[in-house]
Design a binder for this molecule. Sequence first.
Ligand SMILES: [Fe+2]
Length: 470
Amino acid sequence: MNRSGRTLPVAAVAGAAVVAMAVLSGWCDAGATSAFVRKVEKTVDMPLDSDVFRVPCGYNAPQQVHITQGDHDGKAMIVSWVTLDEPGSNLVLYGTSENNLKFLAKGKVHRYRYYNYTSGYIHHSTLRHLEYDTKYYYVLGVGQTPRKFWFRTPPKVGPDVPFTFGLIGDLGQSYDSNITLSHYELNPSKGQAVLYVGDLSYADNYPNHDNVRWDTWGRFLERSTAYQPWIWTAGNHELDFAPEIGETEPFKPFKNRYHVPFKASGSTSPFWYSVKIGSAYIIVLASYSAYGKYTPQYKWLEAELPKVNRSETPWLIVLVHSPWYNSYNYHYMEGETMRVIFEPWLVKYKVDVVFSGHVHAYERSERISNIAYNIVNVKCMPVPDPSAPVYITIGDGGNLEGLAANMTEPQPDYSAYREASFGHAIFNIKNRTHAYYAWHRNQDGFAVESDSMWFFNRFWHPVEESSDST
Ligand SMILES: [Fe+2]
């Protein structure tokens, strides 16, 4: 039995000797592998004629609408959409009153080609000088088929600003993806913005990376992405690098469709950047761009971390697609080289939490670091470290590749809780010291928490935390 009274798998019990050693070396609690039993079903993509992929009615109607923060501190929003028949209007009408859209932003429109596919007309427009914590209505498709949406800007950046983030990763467009998104939408603690940890459409699983599946994904997600900002992280399924069909420009569809405000944080690439939202400072890293010493990403992060003012944004959150700590037998050690290079900085600057995807399951770590090794000293095991982040893998959105259900045994001591189920999570910041985190598996009701933890801020309240898994 583990601490919550549940029976652990035999293999976990077999690791008791390792656990005993770990206790001697400073571990106070063994991790748990969930005993939750799910029905094993194949994960299947929704067919092209699914209602969630429906093209909106009307000539040249704007579709695939999505928004993301458009500057560093939340006073701008990037609005993106696609028209299929012709470029149409590139204007966004917007305002704080539904009947008086007195502001106007001009966008840019372009298309791209990928093998034998030509995209629709992709529009991006940045709405600037917005008021904080204000509901804005916006209209696209002016003069042809107007469609109206709305969003709320984040509150003014400050140390005790409450803010709730949704966490979703590796979503894809299967029936399970639809359940994950619906659960997120119906969660009573639904976020005000989504931190998305990479791998979006999984179009690259289709012959010739059929980019029509990028369009269906955009339409599927619109019901959320048009109304609240999603903060994007690039995953391996965004690479779309396919020299066998002449496509040699990495990230081509993603880069054309999903713009992010990377220049506002001094980044030179859309794959690594930062934004401030409420009391949180979000750093997005790129698993599939160079990160070794002297590379642009390395130099950017080296300069970026000292800029974070915890008196302004106490919560320091890192998003990176490929996890650095992962005890599943999938993508094992893929994040290792980046961990070796960046982990000392994340501990030095007391990052609160690192969210990753890539592995199609759920896992939460203890606060641990593995930064003492210097080739000759043999100190190569993770150890408890109150200055280290918690590492959470949330690559369980439900894409067609299915669950990662095979785990390494015994469960490593650094792994606090792991379960191979689809789901999403919520990170609810209360003030500068406390945040409440909960993971929700898709098989449960919308409000049921399958794993939860009170986070204590590493800068303002760096004491030991407690968690609960059911
Ligand atoms: Fe991935």
